[in-house]
Design a protein around this ligand. Structure first.
Ligand SMILES: [Zn+2]
Length: 286
């Protein structure tokens, strides 16, 4: 039986995955991973952070939760909703590579890992390949969530064109559409905005702000002693520009909401749901 299966597998991996699940024989985490690899439209990288962070590929999948960040809160909500496979854009264990050797005795890591083990959950990261998907899955989802499809610059999908609304109005519109509690803005609130560049997620260094053809740069997060200091100096030196800092989670969350819809197109056997990661910040008086 096993050798017959293996031959069949070698002959047609995709067909086997589909036939197994259509029989209801139990979609495994491995089946889901293989379907993503087959449908993402770019070759799967050898060096990638898109790997299994917890659990085993043999696990039968009861449901899939996509999320921007697999926080403990998200994992608990996914488990409560009967979804034991979490697909996360950002790390699970507090570092880009999710290395856990040095934190085995850390109480927070331990609590989370024990919860995942006890509930037989699988967590997989889907970062590199979702960005490599054409078009970039995060950009597609964020553009949709903001309702900015009509504003996309025909020259560059990472830029948006506006009619000169004020920085204050633009920031307010973003805050409302993304439901952000604690976003931060650098620049004159009355500054008219015509061209905006977006760097969803983390923006390292300050080069993203050096372009003279944009009125505002939107980022998820950046270092206050790099990009933010450069932006402050650019404005003090007379440049008419602005920096809008959303927070990392709201700056990419729409992309993982869209990911749930994308997965439904080729994984019909189990329920798939987007579980939002909660914005961690609040501000007094807000
Ligand atoms: Zn990202």
């Amino acid at each position: 039986m096993e050798s017959t299966r293996r031959q069949f597998f070698a002959a047609s991996a995709g067909a086997l995955a589909v036939s197994q699940s259509l029989q209801g024989a139990g979609l495994t985490a491995k089946d889901v991973l293989e379907r993503i690899q087959k449908n993402v439209g770019v070759p799967w990288r050898v060096e990638t952070v898109d790997t299994i962070k917890s659990g085993s590929l043999d696990t039968p999948v009861t449901g899939i939760a996509t999320t921007m960040m697999a926080t403990l809160d998200v994992c608990q909500k996914a488990a409560a909703a009967g979804k034991n496979f979490v697909i996360t854009h950002e790390p699970t264990f507090y570092a880009h590579e999710d290395k856990t050797d040095a934190i085995q005795d850390d109480p927070v890591y331990r609590f989370k890992q024990d919860f995942l083990n006890k509930n037989k959950m699988v967590v997989m990261r889907f970062h590199d390949h979702w960005h490599a998907h054409k078009p970039d899955g995060i950009f597609t989802g964020m553009t949709e969530q903001l309702g900015w499809t009509k504003n996309v610059d025909p020259q560059n999908a990472r830029q948006f064109i506006f009619d000169g609304l004020s920085l204050s109005d633009l920031a307010g519109q973003i805050k409302g559409k993304l439901g952000i509690k604690a976003m931060r803005v650098v620049g004159d609130p009355k500054l008219p905005i015509r061209k905006v560049a977006a760097n969803w997620g983390y923006a390292g260094g300050f080069r993203g702000f050096t372009r003279s053809d944009i009125d505002a740069l939107i980022v998820g997060e950046s270092r206050e002693w790099e990009m933010v200091e450069y932006a402050a100096d650019a404005i003090t030196s007379g440049q008419k520009k602005a920096l809008i800092i959303l927070g990392h989670i709201p700056s990419e969350q729409g992309g993982m909401k869209y990911c749930a819809e994308w997965l439904k197109g080729f994984i019909p056997e189990v329920p798939i749901e987007f579980v939002p990661a909660v914005e961690p910040f609040w501000t007094p008086g807000a």
